[in-house]
Ligand binder design. Structure first.
Ligand code: ADP
Ligand code: MG
Length: 566
């Protein structure tokens, strides 16, 4: 065994870079976070070739003193904490002092900076090798250019995807910080084109923040957002504030990437909070669909440990339980007082909305479902009303009757083959033969064809309860319908190119950055199934044709998201 040696700093930095710098988007994230920490009110981000060729971040923050430029790119050198104790009182986004050193070890980095009271200076680092610091004329603030990322680590370079995909990740990283810091004016420029320009707004001004969300994600999504707010005062008097928006169930995704949780100015992923969110929407979304949210949580820094993930994408909450309850409670009571049907949610406060007298079937249904559970939850207020915590929130849930006394009869419909049960999608019966024994339905007996053959009743216009030889089976009628459509589509795609219908005027569709990148990357495949797509700038794509098969529903109602609201 060779003797043990302490590794030289350059090697240490490259090892750290392996954790911190995964792709251009990681560089963008770290550098924007540094700019935010510097107190900048404006941050301009420019990338070329998805950031692999160039990432440039210009800020008007406090700047770095000329004599500290070298320290800034030294590993574990930071101006943000001074002792281990401060690790639990972190008020900045960075604190490890390793980002610049790591990035500089795997790229060609230029750091130019000036403080208000000093002279400007520039430092160039190529693959970790520093050039001497030289004077440079520049405005107050910092400009960092990172060129040719991974030029000296070919293995990493191989893992970079197309510029399209990388720029999708960059936009996502940009979006996450931009959402968390509405007080900063951000711009993003790619290939010389201004992709986003987000003027600064008051931190507390939720409506202005919604504008920012609309700019980033499109007006359709922003229009479906429901505002939520609550404050929970913990035992030791610490206030935990929740504020932001959740989307009406008309807007959902098959993934959780559109769940933006911003904790003390940091976008994080948190399984527990995602679960609370899922619970709040239980029964409002189809299986497999995930809610969308833009939620800001602020709490004293000692309640959250940010030092648990190399890229700080996750945090650990000191008291995860109350936080879970606060989120779930806030959303549930909001939903109980909101008509989510139209996609442009109106709070149906007692006197205000005319809809309060005739709440939609969905609201009824959601209230029944929630009513059964709410009283057992920890977040119940003293009067048995759901509440977001002792601090309370503005919207009180209207009193609702327990299920048994709503007076609404349980709708039971008998149906058999060829006889359409009221409310059952007619396609269910017409096409169920074609799907027997398909994958996903393990055997003939469990196939949807059996539904048509056996004795079945329909409950709540939603579930089929079917008699089988072994006992009974409950089938989610909508899932069945989707499956049938899927099988139809699959059979047609396998049989040859799908018949397509061209749109006279191509339809712009706003997507999230990652969705846009994914869709554009799979353009060819989508083309094969009749959906022709072109880039339209930013995260918008143009749809110019669609499969004739979908002509009835196309663009008016996205297939999966139209139910149970149609
Ligand atoms: P950290 O952010 O964890 O402190 P970094 O390696 O990202 O570590 O940055 C090292 C130091 O360089 C920071 O602590 C800060 O003092 C300085 N610095 C980096 N970027 C900027 C910037 N844009 N403006 C002012 N100072 C900066
Ligand atoms: Mg940093």
């Amino acid at each position: 065994m060779p003797s043990i040696l302490a590794l030289p700093p350059l090697v240490v930095n490259k090892i750290a870079a392996g954790e911190v710098v995964e792709r251009p988007a990681s560089v963008v994230k770290e550098l924007i976070e540094n700019a935010v920490d510097s107190g900048a009110t404006r941050i301009d981000v420019t990338i070329e070739k998805g950031g692999a060729e160039l990432v440039r971040i210009v800020d008007n923050g406090c700047g770095i003193a000329a004599e500290e430029l070298t320290l800034a790119v030294t590993n574990h050198a930071t101006s943000k904490i001074r002792s281990a104790e401060e690790l639990f009182e972190v008020h900045t986004l960075g604190f490890r002092g390793e980002a610049l050193a790591s990035i500089a070890s795997v790229s060609r980095l230029t750091l130019r900076s000036r403080q208000a009271e000093g002279d400007g200076a520039e430092l160039v680092v190529n693959g970790g090798a520093e050039e001497p610091v030289v004077p440079a004329g520049c405005p107050v603030g910092t400009t960092i250019e990172v060129r040719d990322l991974f030029y000296n680590t070919p293995v990493r370079q191989k893992f970079l995807r197309t510029a399209q995909t990388e720029s999708g990740h960059v936009t996502e990283a940009f979006t996450r910080v931009a959402l968390a810091h509405p007080e900063v004016h951000f711009t993003l420029t790619h290939k010389g084109r201004l992709v986003h320009d987000l003027p600064a707004c008051e931190e507390e001004d939720l409506l202005a923040w919604r504008e920012r969300i609309a700019t980033l994600f499109g007006d359709d999504l922003a229009g479906a957002l429901v505002q939520v707010e609550s404050e929970d005062v913990r035992e030791k008097g610490e206030a935990v504030r929740l504020a932001g928006f959740v989307a009406a169930p008309t807007e959902s995704r098959s993934h959780t990437k559109m769940q933006y949780l911003l904790v003390n100015g940091r976008a994080v992923r948190d399984r527990s909070l995602q679960h609370a969110l899922g619970e709040a929407y239980r029964g409002l979304l189809l299986t497999g669909r995930r809610p969308i949210c833009f939620l800001r949580l602020s709490m004293p820094p000692n309640l959250v440990d940010v030092n648990v993930h190399p890229q700080k994408l996750e945090v650990r909450f000191a008291e995860a339980g109350p936080l879970y309850s606060q989120l779930l409670g806030t959303l549930r009571s909001k939903f109980l007082s909101t008509d989510l049907r139209s996609g442009v949610p109106n709070a149906t406060s007692d006197e205000a909305s005319p809809e309060a007298d005739t709440p939609s079937e969905l609201v009824h249904w959601a209230q029944r479902g929630l009513a059964k559970e709410a009283p057992q939850r920890r977040f119940d207020g003293p009067a048995g009303e759901p509440s977001g915590g002792p601090g309370g929130h503005t919207d009180r849930a209207p009193a609702f009757k327990p299920y048994a006394t709503t007076g609404e009869p349980l709708s039971l419909h008998r149906f058999s083959r060829g006889v359409s049960g009221a409310g059952a999608p007619p396609e269910t019966h017409r096409t169920s033969d074609s799907v027997s024994g398909t994958e996903g339905f393990p055997d003939e007996e469990k196939s949807p064809a059996h539904v048509a053959a056996g004795k079945a009743i329909q409950l709540h216009n939603r579930y089929l309860v079917v008699e089988t030889e072994a006992g009974l089976e409950i089938i989610d009628q909508h899932a069945l319908h989707e499956r049938v459509l899927y099988e139809q589509l699959r059979a047609k795609v396998l049989a040859g190119p799908l018949e397509r219908q061209r749109l006279l005027v191509p339809e712009p569709v706003d997507l999230s950055p990652l969705e846009a990148a994914a869709v554009l990357e799979e353009r060819e495949l989508l083309g094969k199934i009749g959906i022709e797509i072109e880039p339209f700038g930013g995260d918008t794509v143009l749809v110019s044709s669609f499969p004739t098969l979908l002509s009835k529903r196309w663009l008016q109602q996205p297939l999966c998201e139209s139910w149970p609201l149609n």
